[in-house]
Design a protein around this ligand. Structure first.
Ligand code: ADP
Ligand code: MG
Length: 257
């Protein structure tokens, strides 16, 4: 069964149609890399998948269940658990500057535990802290638990942001150009963490300019141009033998567009 299915997703800002009918599927444990020039709609797609933007029409299914459905001109239907299906790691880390690293990780799970009064067991603060400590160890930052974001390098901040996203155990973890705000010498540590998540069978969508990384880590690659999936396939197909002229032009333009 597909972990994710996106059907004919469309998004407009005023008259500007930014996503013009996106269709894609992803199986559990698969990694999808999304590439494309600036302004093509990549961030908007991730934001629609994380419900930071509401698509105007289309449907999103997770594990075969519809979590979001919208018809043009009508109020979208979103299931309560939809938010929990996706996590997003931003280009600019977006850590809470006033909280320590461990507090950044614990905040959302604590809020969720507070809300969860009627169904299921509430996760105790001790259990949340234990999970946070484990995840910090996973991203190699145990010794920074009590540091503040401003005391960390960009690469360390991004690793904290990844651990924070994992605290909510999303089915699908999305990354929006996770290394593009980093100095080149700091990208490796972040890409290594993402690569390690792949070996733990995590389903991921990664918008990236790191073509070598996409080629090695992705199971599928999508090239988005002007709100349309211009080309998709395995990394070998898209990088090795692109069919569309736009893809060829993008790949031969030195990639960093
Ligand atoms: N909140 C917004 N309001 C209006 N237009 C937006 C908004 N967000 C994105 N856009 C427009 O949508 C288009 C695609 O942007 P974006 O999804 O950020 O592309 P990419 O991430 O591929 O660079 C751009 O033309 C951008 O100006
Ligand atoms: Mg973007």
């Amino acid at each position: 069964m597909n972990m994710l299915e996106v059907k004919d997703l469309r998004k407009r800002f005023g008259d500007n149609e930014v996503l013009k009918g996106i269709n894609l599927t992803l199986k559990k444990g698969e990694v999808l890399a999304i590439i494309g020039s600036s302004g093509g709609g990549k961030t908007t797609l991730l934001r629609c998948l994380n419900f930071l933007e509401k698509a105007n029409s289309g449907e999103i299914l997770v594990g075969g269940r519809s979590v979001y459905r919208a018809t043009e001109g009508e109020k979208p239907e979103v299931t309560p658990e939809a938010q929990l299906s996706f996590g997003l790691v931003f280009q600019q880390f977006n850590l809470f500057p006033q909280y320590s690293v461990i507090e950044n990780l614990m905040l959302a799970p604590k809020l969720r535990a507070k809300r969860k009064t009627t169904q299921g067991e509430r996760e105790t603060p001790e259990a949340i802290r234990e999970r946070a400590e484990k995840l910090l160890a996973t991203v190699g930052l145990s010794e920074k638990a009590n540091a503040y974001p401003c005391q960390l390098s960009g690469g360390q901040q991004q690793r904290v942001a990844i651990a924070r996203a994992l605290m909510l155990s999303p089915d699908i973890l999305c990354f929006d150009e996770p290394t593009s705000s980093l100095d080149p010498e700091l990208t490796g540590e972040v890409l290594r963490v993402i690569r390690s998540l792949k070996s733990s069978d995590r389903t991921m969508i990664i918008v990236t300019h790191e073509m070598e990384f996409a080629r090695h880590v992705a199971d599928k690659v999508i090239f988005i141009s002007d709100g349309i999936i211009e080309e998709q396939g395995t990394p070998e197909e898209v990088f090795g033998n692109p069919q569309s002229e736009k893809t060829k032009a993008f790949l031969s333009a030195g990639q960093k567009v």
